[in-house]
Design a protein around this ligand. Structure first.
Ligand code: ADP
Length: 432
């Protein structure tokens, strides 16, 4: 219940983080797109305004010329020559005098002037800068206003204007679309954040549960031998006058449980270290066949003492880089299991050989094997196929988890092939 609350809180946090991230990305993206669209739409208009201003003022670095008028030359002006420097037909040129009166109503066109410009005032706040304006609260224009003088000094300012209603319509449509898409995006990003945060929580909940299960199993495993030792010691205390030889069984059992405890704590420590991020392997050059022979020799003797056949087939005269202590632990786990899960007259074989760029170590036995449906669990912590039997053999279900961790620390692989009642083969592959 308490965990669920923590998980829910964490999921909400993830969701908010995701939502903020999405919103920031979308906002930046939209600002860039919006700015680009606006710039592109107005760039041609602005260019025309500036070019024409350059033509009309003395500052004419591009050598542009004003369109020719009749009378400029003493010959009739051909149309194409007249058009050469003519402004965009959308351009309106307004000449203002110092008092703010329009001086060229005739050039502008009476209709346009009377309909729209009679109330239009000279605004000197933005000189020499391209500005947006609205005429009759309806028509959008982009203009540039600059100081100008004619021969009679009647004209004080010139204003170049271009109607940009078409561009403005595109922008307002874009704005509307943008609002609609923002709403859709908000709904989508809330759902995406929810799904993502749920996905992010999944591995956390999984490892939390695994950890809780691990602690529970560990405490259970620790409690059993401790209870046995406590009982046996209490029993000994009830008869202090008796000799050790009389209570031999109790002492032997306590000792074996102590050994079991010691092995368990050391396995738990290995797994706890495996879970932490520290790297715990110290690699060195190891000649595989020599190493396997030296690790297996004592087990050969144990096998023989149990009437089991033990054979070694070493065909891997290679040297690999590995952690000697961990590799030793790996072989011991596999050979120890082979011994635990075989009976009299069964065979155990350790074989090494090279395959591509890998060294293969096979540990096989003709023992009880593993049920097909259980093979998937054998590398899980505390998993034991037959709990009653493994208590006798001393197994706690941690060996193969440690083996798997050791192999993965060496970038290798471990596989198992097993047939119930026919035997088991563990195949470890390590990089040469
Ligand atoms: P344990 O300490 O119980 O042996 P392991 O992690 O080493 O724990 O093995 C997990 C389980 O896999 C064992 O309990 C056993 O059921 C099965 N197992 C492992 N090795 C063998 C084998 N060679 N033959 C049959 N079963 C095996």
């Amino acid at each position: 219940m308490f965990n669920k609350l923590i998980f829910k809180k964490q999921q909400l946090k993830f969701m908010i983080f995701n939502l903020i991230a999405f919103t920031v990305i979308f906002t930046i993206f939209s600002i860039i797109i919006f700015g680009q669209v606006q710039n592109t739409l107005f760039s041609k208009t602005d260019e025309e305004l500036l070019s024409f201003q350059e033509m009309m003022t003395d500052n004419n670095p591009k050598g542009l010329r004003l369109p020719l008028k009749d009378g400029d030359l003493d010959r009739p002006i051909p149309n194409d020559e007249r058009r050469k420097n003519a402004p965009n037909p959308r351009m309106i040129v307004i000449h203002w005098d110092n008092a703010g009166n329009i001086r060229n109503e005739n050039e502008i066109g009476t209709l346009f002037y009377e309909n729209y410009l009679t109330d239009y005032k000279l605004d000197k706040t933005t000189m020499d800068k391209i500005t947006m304006t609205k005429i009759s609260e309806l028509y959008h224009f982009r203009y540039i206003l600059f100081e100008d003088h004619n021969d009679e000094d009647e004209i004080a300012y010139t204003q170049l204007m271009i109607n940009v209603d078409a561009e403005q319509t595109i922008i307002s449509n874009f704005e509307k679309l943008f609002i609609i898409w923002s709403v859709i995006f908000i709904v989508l990003s809330i759902s995406a954040s929810f799904i993502l945060s749920k996905k992010m929580m999944k591995p956390i909940i999984h490892s939390w549960n695994k950890q809780a299960e691990f602690v529970e199993n560990a405490s259970h495993e620790l409690r059993t031998p401790l209870t046995i030792i406590q009982n046996k010691l209490e029993l000994l205390l009830t008869a202090p006058q008796e000799r050790i030889s009389d209570r031999f069984e109790n002492i032997a059992l306590s000792l074996s449980e102590t050994r079991r405890l010691s092995k368990l704590t050391s396995d738990l420590l290995t797994l706890a270290r495996a879970d932490s991020a520290e790297t715990q392997i110290m690699k060195q050059s190891i000649h595989i066949d020599t190493f396997i022979r030296s690790v297996c020799t004592p087990y050969k003797e144990i096998a023989e003492s149990q009437d089991k056949h033990f054979s070694l087939n070493c065909q891997s005269p290679f040297t690999i880089e590995a952690d000697e202590t961990r590799l030793h632990q790996l072989i011991v786990i596999l050979v120890d299991n082979a011994l635990k899960y075989t009976s009299e007259n069964d065979s155990i074989r350790v074989k090494t050989y090279g395959e591509d760029q890998k060294v293969v170590i096979e540990v096989s036995d003709t023992g009880i094997g593993i049920k097909e449906e259980n093979i998937q669990y054998i590398f899980d912590r505390f998993y034991r196929e037959d709990k009653a039997r493994t208590r006798e053999t001393g197994g706690m279900g941690l060996g193969l988890s440690i083996a798997q961790w050791i192999v993965s620390m060496h970038n290798g692989t471990i596989h198992v092939i097993s047939n119930q009642n026919k035997g088991t083969t563990f195949i470890v592959k390590l990089q040469k």
